[in-house]
Design a binder for this molecule. Structure first.
Ligand SMILES: [Zn+2]
Length: 331
């Protein structure tokens, strides 16, 4: 098994260790951030508070240290274009805390694309992704280890399909795996997979993120039967599915032998600028993101699963072996 690129340089895949496959050290609407850098983001903590640049660094640093204490060695940070990807920020957090951070290339859009990308075809967009994977991101030598794309409520629109084809072609050229944000409530997964199949991507290179937002086992098995990985990766985001139902779904899938296809994570954002304080307060008061934290999986999800019968072997497979196989491949 080969090496995996991190923000601190390439590491042996064996050194990944316990990995949270979907956590954001910082998430920003990058256009707003570039134009109005004084605008603040929010940290979903007790109490909720706003954070400027230094505050965002402090919060990400503290969470990263806590993860290391809890035995997490690596996170994958899927902040791509439109989520304010900032690999220099990731590199600094990683260097200061010892948490290994795996970064990505790709585009996080539910439909909108800027003119620059509207006028380009999938091959030309794939070129951009390949650049990040082979040359480096944002003028650094930090290389992307996976490719992000997304489909959500609008479905797999023409623009979203173009991004998926570009991701597939960059994956085919480089061997980099794909993480596809999905929306089970809109059943986007099967169509996303279909595009990857048409493009000849090996299914074991594909992760359908947020599949755990559903507890419809028929839907989930329809996705799993294609041979992809699935993200049970939004623990704490009660607005999509409550904690207990997420746990029951993972346990049911473990019983059916799918431990080698699942990732556990929280999709937490150390800071996020999507919501003004008043809206975030209402959402938190309504319990929509109860206990949502980067540390929720090691602190509570794993202990609860162990109590419910998850074996040490199943845990090792989901937390260590699956990230390694997805990132480095079996080849
Ligand atoms: Zn995410």
């Amino acid at each position: 098994m080969g090496t995996v690129e991190t923000v601190g340089g390439p590491i042996d895949a064996e050194a990944l260790g316990t990995t949270l496959v979907h956590e954001h050290l910082k998430a920003r609407d990058e256009a707003v951030f570039a134009q109005w850098p004084h605008a603040k983001a929010l940290a979903v903590e007790e109490p909720l508070h706003e954070a400027d640049g230094e505050g965002a660094h402090r919060i990400a640093d503290r969470l990263a240290r806590k993860l290391v204490e809890l035995g997490v060695k690596t996170i994958c940070d899927p902040s791509a274009m439109f989520l304010g990807r900032d690999v220099e920020f990731m590199r600094r957090i990683s260097a200061d805390t010892g948490l290994q951070v795996v970064s990505c290339t790709g585009i996080y859009t539910y439909d909108h694309l800027p003119q620059f990308l509207l006028t380009r075809d999938p091959d030309q967009i794939a070129e951009l992704f390949v650049h990040d994977i082979e040359t480096g991101i944002q003028g650094t030598e930090i290389k992307a280890a996976f490719i992000k794309c997304a489909a959500d409520e609008p479905g797999v629109t023409e623009n979203v399909e173009k991004v998926h084809r570009a991701a597939a072609r960059a994956s085919a050229r480089t061997g980099a795996p794909i993480m596809a944000h999905s929306r089970p409530a809109s059943e986007t997964g099967p169509r996303q997979i279909e595009i990857f199949e048409e493009e000849g991507v090996e299914m074991d290179r594909v992760q359908i993120a947020h599949t755990g937002d559903s507890d419809d086992l028929d839907y989930i098995e329809r996705v799993l039967d294609k041979g992809v990985f699935v993200g049970m990766d939004r623990y704490g985001l009660e607005l999509y599915l409550p904690y207990d139902r997420r746990q029951a779904t993972v346990l049911a899938l473990l019983e059916r032998g799918y431990e080698n296809r699942m990732f556990l994570s929280a999709d937490h954002c150390a800071t996020l600028d999507w919501f003004p304080v008043s809206v975030a307060e209402q959402m938190l008061a309504a319990g929509m993101a109860k206990d949502w934290s980067m540390t929720l999986v090691p602190e509570r999800v794993l202990p609860d699963l162990r109590k419910a019968g998850m074996t040490a072997g199943q845990e090792q497979t989901m937390m260590v072996e699956n990230p390694k196989r997805w990132l480095a491949g079996d080849r």
